[in-house]
Design a protein around this ligand. Structure first.
Ligand code: ZN
Length: 471
């Protein structure tokens, strides 16, 4: 184990040498990975085969390396908006291509294993950064019927390879925590069951042992942030279907990591996780692990929120009460170029003591005042930009009216929400509402929360903000 930990740390420290710089944000598309795949074609080490075409006619590739008896198959992004592991696969290709001090290790791996990769199983979904494919089918519920071309491609590749180990690579919501310890589930593992009884045969037990080993290794980098994905049998899912056919399947879900919306750190963790797994399979070292370790991994619990403000004093109907407010930021796509903005919503109100926030604010002693709309109608954004924001915030203003009906903007270019067409708007404190309010100490303005983002009295004007346009 000590040696494996040392190996994992050396990958950790050397990672920047392999990280594929073409994939610099999560919303990369097929057109970005295609030249990277073509580049591999010219390298002797890799075999690159077209495995089929997506519904919209994009070629899906199967890339392989090595000539050993132990067969490993990794597939990623069957959900189009889950790209973290896809990026890691290209980092791994670079690891193999780069001259480094792992020559001996790489030769050992290539002699013992044959590793197959299918990055971006759902390129049409990735194009729109959406979960489902272009036929609106969730590929991970199409493993049996195989009505989508992408499900057929994945299934046939698997059937032809008949791998000993399969790695099913996904992203999960940021809302998951690793058990009850208040830490986000950065990585969640599962050895998927192959029947409703969740039978543990040798094949499934091998997945559990490999995950036990991974749990110990990755705890070096993300201690307390590793969870076990819910293990209900889902006969329509690929992991469960493949497990039934006799392969040891490992599900890896990349979740949330504080201050890393782009999940670059978790991409690095995937890189380490997969390479150390390959090593373990080649050496057979996972066989000495105990499934009790797997079973002791805390469960995925939906207990995280993006921002929690605690102990706010609110009042309604002459009743004063103290509450927590939990806020989540949802990504709204702007256009086909896949820019996005955040739309916040109130996830919950009340005693949120069981939840943890990626960000938290203790508002003890502060009073909530719902945001107001300024009566003046502005003629242009430039006119708004001339206003001193602090003076408006001190009046409890979170929304401004703009007469420009034709703006193409989807989100506000200034600190304040913008209301078009002179519409009336009344802010509310309730579930699903956009959080727009002011927090005061007595009558003194301390914080504004506009579209769920916090603005401190002391730093007003330094940032543009994340406000909305209400049409
Ligand atoms: Zn998924």
């Amino acid at each position: 184990m000590a040696q494996d930990i040392q190996f994992a740390w050396s990958l950790y420290h050397g990672y920047e040498n392999y990280k594929d710089k073409h994939l610099s944000n999560r919303r990369f598309k097929y057109s970005t990975i295609l030249p990277l795949i073509h580049h591999l074609k010219n390298k002797n080490m890799f075999t690159v085969k077209k495995a089929g075409e997506s519904a919209e006619g994009r070629d899906v590739y199967l890339i392989s390396i090595g000539s050993g008896d132990k067969k490993i198959f990794c597939w990623s992004q069957m959900h189009g908006d889950e790209p973290t592991a896809t990026a890691s696969l290209f980092d791994i290709f670079n690891f193999f291509l780069t001259e480094n001090h792992y020559t001996e290790f790489k030769q050992f791996l290539l002699d013992k294993t044959t590793i197959y990769f299918m990055p971006m199983v759902n390129p049409d979904g990735a194009e729109l950064f959406q979960r489902r494919n272009i036929l609106e089918i969730n590929l991970n519920r199409d493993a049996v019927q195989k009505q989508s071309p992408e499900a057929k491609i994945l299934y046939s590749a698997f059937d032809e390879i008949k791998p000993h180990f399969g790695f099913n690579l996904h992203d999960q919501e940021r809302a998951y925590a690793a058990g009850l310890n208040g830490k986000s589930a950065a990585i969640s593992f599962l050895a998927p069951p192959f029947d409703y009884a969740k039978t543990k045969n040798e094949i499934r037990t091998n997945s559990m042992k490999l995950i036990s080993e991974q749990y110990n290794l990755l705890s070096e980098f993300i201690p307390g942030h590793i969870a076990k994905y819910q293990d209900d049998y889902e006969p329509r899912a690929f992991g469960d279907t493949f497990a039934k056919s006799g392969s040891s399947i490992v599900l890896i879900e990349s979740g949330g990591w504080s201050d890393d919306r782009e999940k670059e750190y978790l991409r690095k963790i995937n890189f380490i996780s997969l390479l150390t797994s390959f090593k373990s399979i080649a050496e057979g070292s996972y066989l000495t692990e105990k499934i009790e370790t797997y079973e002791s991994i805390p469960n995925n619990e939906k207990l995280m929120m993006d921002f929690i403000i605690r102990n706010i004093t609110a009042s309604k109907f002459q009743t004063k009460y103290v509450i927590d407010i939990g806020i989540n930021y949802e990504e709204e796509n702007i256009n086909k170029n896949l820019n996005f903005f955040f739309k916040a919503k109130i996830e919950d109100i009340g005693d949120l003591s069981v939840y943890s926030g990626y960000k938290e604010l203790d508002a003890t002693g502060l009073t909530l005042v719902l945001g107001k709309t300024y009566e003046t109608v502005f003629n242009s954004i430039n006119e708004i930009k001339c206003v001193e924001p602090l003076s408006l915030l001190q009046k409890g203003i979170t929304n401004l009216k703009l007469s420009d009906k034709d703006t193409e903007d989807k989100y506000s270019p200034v600190l304040f929400n913008i209301i078009l067409n002179n519409e009336e708007r009344k802010e509310e404190l309730k579930e699903e509402a956009v959080p727009n309010f002011i927090l005061c100490d007595g009558r003194k303005f301390k914080y504004a929360v506009i579209n769920g983002f916090l603005i401190k009295a002391s730093s007003v004007g330094r940032k543009v903000g994340n406000a909305l346009i209400f049409k």
